[in-house]
Design a binder for this molecule. Structure first.
Ligand code: NOJ
Length: 490
């Protein structure tokens, strides 16, 4: 027994012990993240108009676990000072939050009037953060498309590009004197794939194999356009940075076979390269172009389901991110599947890869989220190799629990193990990662999972009218990691 114990200790020491001696590099920043719809509440207060999540949760409550919505959620619209105090005590360097389009511009379209009270809310939040030494990182769009634009096709209609550009410009004008980090879009995959292809997110459309490509084509052109505007008109005066955040699931080959290795690579190109290749290299990844064009031909279409960029658009989009925002939670195993096993047409069929999980991976309360720290490490290497070691900010990572518990050892272990792999990637492999963000500061509305998946470092009882925030063990552990800048064990 004694020897087994010593052996286990050595094993732990070997895998993580030396890492715990490493100090996070100078200038490396720690933060927490939230998003407007998930935490603010006040869905129709002070002039805010309806967005697609307000609309969907009110019209079709049955699409959401427990038929819940975010009409009130954490009530951060009224309690933001408490949130800032929580972050101040936590010791974070920055707070990543999003702005609600329909709160600042209720009519949403180009040329429409700003809603003073909505603008004031974010002014107050930003001022409170800065007064407490916390840097604001602002996500311009985190999935809450104005419902008035959705009725005209939302991200499928390219007129949304100029409306988005107008909205983003108003944010630079209103807040750019104090906000120096902008994120144009959060997770295009969820906006487009889940919103317009698989109906897992608002606006809940099932336009298999078509809607997602059209949507992203507009998202990435809006991104490129606003990047160039910021660069030319605002950066010289405001001196900030602007980038995009995409989510990436890493893929290990299911077996060591060459075929499975190709499947893993193909999966990453189809579910991550699709968004980032146009920005880092120019145009969609060759494998994506080839396969979607070829399958479209086989389906008897005259044009490909994958829209084409003009040369000017390729140039506008290429190099349009000062940093790469990365949301990473989990990993899958990849192997090629029989084309008939996928809906036809579909993005999954275009990719052609079947996914599974290793039985040894620890599941969380979210059905898609398993703890695989080594996947995180390999993803960072993949990004370094494929995109010439860009500056990466981890803009989200986190663990889902389901209960009311204040003691959350699984989340603590996830954070420690993922940070361990991050330190390894920085020190052993020279990956240029400059910041790390935990999703989330507090429990909040987790989209179609309602309040059943809890990601918070802080617990909230959603039955409690005060929405009292109670820090969990993971909050205290993160606090210690930030203050010591190491992964020291307790
Ligand atoms: C991704 C999203 O950005 C966020 O809105 C969501 O709640 C978390 N990941 C957890 O699923």
């Amino acid at each position: 027994m004694f020897y087994i114990h010593i052996f286990l200790l050595l094993l732990v020491q070997y895998s993580y012990g030396d890492v715990s001696q490493r100090v996070f590099p100078e200038g490396f920043k720690f933060g927490v993240a939230t998003a407007a719809y998930q935490i603010e509440g006040a869905w129709n207060e002070d002039g805010k108009s309806e967005n697609i999540w307000d609309h969907a949760t009110h019209e079709n409550p049955e699409w959401i676990d427990g038929k819940t919505n975010a009409d009130v959620t954490c009530d951060s619209y009224h309690k933001f000072k408490e949130d800032v105090k929580l972050m101040k005590d936590l010791g974070v360097n920055f707070y990543r939050f999003s702005i609600s389009w329909t709160r600042v511009l209720p009519d949403a379209v180009e040329g429409s009037k700003l809603n003073e009270k909505g603008v004031a809310y974010y002014n107050n939040l930003i001022d409170e953060l800065i007064a407490n030494g916390i840097e604001p990182y602002v996500t311009i769009f985190h999935w809450d498309t104005p419902q008035s634009l959705e009725t005209h096709g939302g991200w499928l209609n390219d007129t949304i590009i100029d409306n988005y550009v107008y909205y983003a410009r108003q944010l630079f004008i209103s807040y750019g004197d104090r906000v120096k980090k902008w994120i144009t879009f959060n997770e295009p995959q969820q906006i487009c794939e889940q919103g317009y292809e698989t109906a897992q997110k608002a606006p809940f459309l099932k336009l298999h194999g078509v809607g997602d490509y059209q949507c992203f084509h507009n998202v990435v052109r809006a991104h490129g356009k606003i990047y160039r505007i910021y660069d030319k008109e605002f950066r010289p005066v405001q001196g900030g940075e602007i980038g995009i955040t995409a989510d990436a699931v890493y893929a290990f080959p299911k077996t060591n076979s060459v075929s499975d290795q190709m499947a893993a690579e193909q999966f990453i190109e189809f579910y991550y390269g699709w968004f980032i290749h146009p920005i880092m290299i120019g145009n969609y990844p060759p494998i994506v172009i080839e396969r979607v064009d070829e399958l479209s031909k086989q389906e008897g279409r005259v044009t490909s389901r994958l829209p084409k960029f003009t040369e000017e658009e390729i140039d506008m989009i290429k190099g349009s991110s000062d940093f790469l925002g990365l949301n990473h939670y989990t990993t899958i195993l990849a192997t090629f599947g029989d084309p008939d096993s996928f809906p036809n047409p579909s993005h999954d069929r275009d990719c052609g890869v079947l996914t599974s999980r290793d039985p040894s991976w620890k599941p969380s309360a979210a059905p898609w989220l398993y703890e695989v720290p080594t996947g995180f490490y390999h993803l960072l290497l993949w990004i370094k190799e494929h995109y010439n070691n860009p500056r990466v900010i981890i803009t989200e990572t986190g663990w889902a629990g389901s209960g009311e518990e204040l003691d959350d050892p699984d989340r603590v272990q996830y954070i420690r193990n993922y940070l361990s792999e991050l330190l390894k990637a920085i020190y052993d492999d020279g990956c240029n990662v400059i910041g790390y963000t935990i999703w989330s500061l507090m429990d909040n509305f987790e989209w179609t999972y309602g309040y059943t998946n809890k990601f918070g470092l802080t617990y909230i009882d959603f039955e409690d009218p005060n929405r009292t925030r109670i820090p969990r063990t993971s909050y205290k552990v993160y606090q210690k990691i930030i203050s010591t800048r190491r992964l020291i064990s307790d």
